[in-house]
Ligand binder design. Structure first.
Ligand SMILES: Cc1ncc(C[n+]2csc(CCOP(=O)(O)OP(=O)(O)O)c2C)c(N)n1
Ligand SMILES: [Mg+2]
Length: 320
């Protein structure tokens, strides 16, 4: 019993203990009830629960409302150029493999202007957690059609309704060579959001998490319906998947057993789906996929001095 002998008073006190405030970069200036707030707090909780020293964390983003994410993390951060979150993150990981990299990218940032980088970042499979904040719209620039805007949805660029069928980010990522982790979650279920991002964080390689993210200003009705009707969500279940939680299972009554090692079955989930049945959970994971950061960590195995000597030797050829 506590206090019976002096031994009970000895405590294992870590040198540093991190609380949520240690990751708090200030008041987030997203709209009230924007889903980005929920994602930010889930990531901060994971950092706290894993006791990640803030100086060992970096948040990288492109441009968009969601890309303001690094400002609100009291860690290293890089708020980059539109569509360029992933190459910046790859560069960070190549030179600083000791940092955990969180990437915040929007449906415009990743699937439109940044689509070329999306393909190659997934193939490079460097160890990072990529969060696609999918609000189905260009939010920051005030409501233009994005690649994930549903057909016929009215936007500023298509006042009569979007004219092309949308890209499905999960299905698309599952088609890229060397894909190693794909999941989907929703911002309005904090438990599922946390568990999914935690699983993604634990994965060694590029984990791609498609987050259905509420935009209360421009696409409110799309997400309100989905939020109010939990029967439209299908919960993926498997011992290797997102850990089961009774509260989440009660909320989403449509359950489907899905083995995340089966990529054909993962693709079939979204190929077959209608908007009335949206699967969430872990679609696919392959921990054996080769990682380019394992190669960049060693490279050619040369020391900095050897590299410098090599550069000087090459330049000497042009000496006059
Ligand atoms: C090179 C370039 N092209 C266009 C823009 C304008 N722009 C800024 S954010 C954005 C779209 C953002 O949409 P998304 O990535 O979905 O992020 P959200 O704001 O919805 O979170 C665009 C087109 C820009 N900043 N830079
Ligand atoms: Mg968007």
């Amino acid at each position: 019993m506590f206090g019976v002998s002096s031994d009970d008073w000895s405590l294992e006190v870590p040198d540093r203990y991190f609380s949520l405030e240690d990751y708090d970069g200030g008041v987030a200036r997203w709209c009230p009830s924007c889903g980005d707030h929920a994602v930010l707090s889930a990531v901060q909780r994971i950092c706290r629960d894993e006791q990640l020293p803030p100086e060992k964390v970096v948040a990288v983003s492109g441009i968009g409302c969601s890309s303001r994410f690094p400002h609100y993390m009291h860690t290293y951060g890089f708020h980059g150029l539109h569509g360029r979150a992933l190459p910046v993150a790859a560069g960070v990981k190549a030179r600083r493999p000791d940092l955990h990299v969180w990437v915040a990218t929007g449906d415009g940032d990743c699937c439109s202007i940044g689509a070329g980088h999306w393909v190659h970042a997934v193939r490079y499979n460097m160890d990072m957690t990529v969060m696609l904040f999918d609000n189905n719209i260009y939010g920051l620039t005030k409501m233009q059609t994005s690649p994930t805007t549903p057909l016929h949805f009215h936007t500023k660029t298509h006042p009569g309704g979007a004219v092309l069928p949308p890209i499905n980010p999960v299905l698309t990522t599952l088609g890229f060579t060397n894909v190693s982790f794909v999941a989907r979650t929703v911002d309005w279920n904090p438990l599922h959001l946390y568990q999914t991002l935690k699983l993604a964080y634990e994965h060694k390689g590029l984990s791609f998490v498609h987050i259905l993210q509420r935009c209360p200003t421009y696409t409110a009705e799309l997400f309100r319906d989905l939020q109010n009707d939990p029967d439209r969500i299908e919960l993926l279940q498997h011992p290797d998947g997102v850990p089961a939680d009774p509260a989440v299972e009660r909320m989403y009554k449509n359950h489907k057993v899905h083995d995340p090692s089966d990529i054909a079955a993962a693709r079939a989930l979204d190929e077959a789906r209608s908007d009335d049945r949206i699967p969430i959970g872990l679609f696919y994971r392959n921990p054996a996929a080769p990682r380019y950061d394992e190669w960049t960590a060693t490279g050619l195995g040369m020391t900095a001095e050897e590299k410098l000597a090599g550069v000087n030797q090459a330049l000497d050829r042009f000496a006059v």
